[in-house]
Design a protein around this ligand. Structure first.
Ligand code: HEC
Length: 156
């Protein structure tokens, strides 16, 4: 059989794309989390932490829920979520618990649905890996989105 290099190249490109696209795969349906993570080895964690779509959704919620009011860039001490140091632990389940239960009257566990809490956690844990350029791009993107009362219209 003659090998057709065009087909081989197309196959390789498709395989590469499938592998590359995995990071952005989205799912809808009953697999959405209904409960908080069970320990640091919960098998659902990878789907959120390693998926750029889920992490960026978390970034949106971070802006929408007003987390940046206290946890802005360069916030002091425990409020700095980008320094890679965690007072209450940096494991996925620990950060989730901090977001959900450590904010007194904000009661995020009661007010924020479970999936956005997973996404917020993934984003918060991702913050220490953001380059200044990525931060700038994210904030430009978020300014361009409706943000409730703080939205000032599309970016020009
Ligand atoms: C009104 C100010 C305020 C807002 C709004 C706020 N936080 Fe916090 N956050 C704090 C303070 C203060 C602490 C430290 C609490 C403590 O020491 O018990 C904290 C702690 C944390 C921690 C634990 C940090 C560590 O070092 O272990 C995480 C994670 C966190 N917040 C994420 C969030 C997210 C995500 C949001 C938005 C959904 C949010 N916070 C909104 C003030 C705020």
């Amino acid at each position: 059989m003659r090998i057709r290099w065009g087909d081989v190249a197309a196959g390789a490109a498709a395989a590469l794309c499938l592998a590359g696209c995995q990071r952005e795969a989205r799912e809808i349906g009953p697999s959405l989390p209904q409960t908080a993570p069970r320990g640091s080895a919960d098998p659902r964690i990878g789907y959120y932490q390693d998926n750029v779509y889920q992490v960026s959704q978390g970034g949106r919620y971070f802006a929408w829920y007003g987390c940046a009011a206290c946890h802005r860039d360069g916030a002091p001490g425990v409020r700095d979520l980008a320094d890679g140091r965690w007072r209450y632990g940096g494991g996925f389940d620990q950060v989730y618990a901090s977001v959900a239960h450590r904010h007194g009257a904000f009661r995020y566990a009661a007010r924020v649905p479970v999936e956005p809490l997973w996404q917020l956690t993934a984003y918060t844990r991702d913050l220490s890996r953001h380059t200044p350029e990525k931060r700038r791009r994210l904030s430009v993107e978020q300014v361009g989105e409706p943000q409730g009362r703080s939205w000032s219209g599309p970016v020009r």
